[in-house]
Design a protein around this ligand. Sequence first.
Ligand code: SAM
Length: 232
Amino acid sequence: TISKRLETIAHYCPQGARVADIGSDHALLASYLLLQGIASSVIAGELNEGPYQAALRQIHTLQIRDRASVRKGDGLAVLSPGEVDVVCIAGMGGQLIASILEAGIDKLEGVQRLVLQPNVGEEVVRRWMLQHGWQLIAETILEEDGILYEILVAERGNATLPYENKDRSREELLKIGPFLWEQKQPPLLKKWQQEREKWEKVLVQLSRSDKPEAAERVGQIKSEVEWIEGVI
Ligand code: SAM
């Protein structure tokens, strides 16, 4: 069995797809995709030696390992153009995910779908998609072991966000996630409650400070908290 998080990511990979999992660590997602008969083939990419060795060992335990390839390298550099239909990148910051996509943009030719799970900085990923002709087609948020995870799925498309101009601006939807906002699942409300609590703690600390910059920061944070209160 694998985590609910990885299982949900797998669920967004179409049946029969050739899938690359970049930053695969122990190649658990890649193994699951093969064992469940979801992916027709998998490529597990890893930058670092330790996780790369772990991925090799994991794939070696599989009967159907001839349909898997474990490669060491930075981001999408391990791929040849046209080699996969789906690219998954999970468990990293949004900034790193966006920079991996940006650096390997020529390798995305022929890729039909991105399944991304940023740990933080989801907004950066949504913005990257919008600016590079990837249209968000689905999003979900889930909680596992007390941690909230967002999964963003994109296919090639036009530069619009769904539900734009409805009741939230583009900037707001990039922050919250248009599908997440539309669905308003309980974990989403929890995420923004946590966000508010985090800022309120910062406000308490700033109130003890007599630095002149503190007052300005307090103003910014108060307006952020007000905005969050309009979300939850
Ligand atoms: N994707 C797995 C998951 O979601 O459970 C593993 C997440 S783990 C926290 C992040 C992995 O990405 C690490 O194993 C790290 O070595 C790898 N990594 C970081 N930067 C990378 C890059 N530029 N290219 C490939 N792998 C990278």
